[in-house]
Ligand binder design. Sequence first.
Ligand code: PEP
Ligand code: MG
Length: 324
Amino acid sequence: AQQRYASIRDKPATTRDGVTISLHMNAGLMADLPSLNSSGAEGVGLYRTELQFLTRAHMPKRSELVEYYARVMNAAGDKRVVFRTLDIGSDKVLPYMKSVNEPNPALGWRAIRVGLDKPGVLRMQLQALVRAANGRPLAIMFPFVAQWEEYRAARAEVHKVIEGERRLGHPLPDALEVGAMLETPSLAFAPQKFFDEVDFISIGGNDLKQFFFAADRENELVRKRYDTLNVSFLSLIERIVERCAISGTPLSFCGEDAGRPVEALCLAATGIRMLSMRPASIGPVKSLLRRADLGEVRKIIADARHRGDQSVRPAVMHWLRENG
Ligand code: PEP
Ligand code: MG
């Protein structure tokens, strides 16, 4: 399938009306890294770090993580890799950790909540990332930040780790970005100061959508009930775009919808300028973006809203059939 898109692999995802969308890939395994070049991705917009913890019988040692993260950064070369810290909780249980029984694990003690309440593992992971960077730039992103204080506290952990490394005389990253995933609607309404201070934001559309519609992303009975192109959800995205624009905060979208061409097109029309997706989706998404006029898509979306359509999908699909 990637061969089909080989001719546009090294071309930008620039729309007919001249808007360039930056396309990145999601990864989680060493084996994903070769796709960075074969797919034409500009970087890794989301590196999920859970697998190295989930596939072992014991907690990985810090030294093992340093080596692993350094291999990832080496394989990426000059391309940026955004490492997301552990998103684990009672929904993804580590076999070697005491598990807590929670009635609603997706709404429970997970991700950055665990990292802040019991910071041992988070600190170890941050130290491993800082050591792996070893004079190179480092981009870290925290999952599941629901309120500003959580981002602040997590960011303070990064600075503590860096201070510790400095005191040990270890080399430090030559640039540092600390971002937050926006996966709960609450964060879209955080004080403007949050948007001013965070280095970048990535919308975790899978979780954001699940919490916006109160529909379990794993539950077949409700999973497909609500469309990502629902006008209410697009309004939420638009609000996030506007808030980031005010503070000049770089914003990306890294949920599965980023890799669906029609969804990607509508996200771009809503103002998202960076998408991160599975590598195989980059060709199809780029191909549609390059054929599209975002101004026209924006108009289709505005008309659908004005009519009171529940989702803009029928109107956009109709327009795509007529135009292309
Ligand atoms: C998301 O929630 O959209 C996301 C990218 O994170 P994950 O799928 O790992 O929860
Ligand atoms: Mg998520």
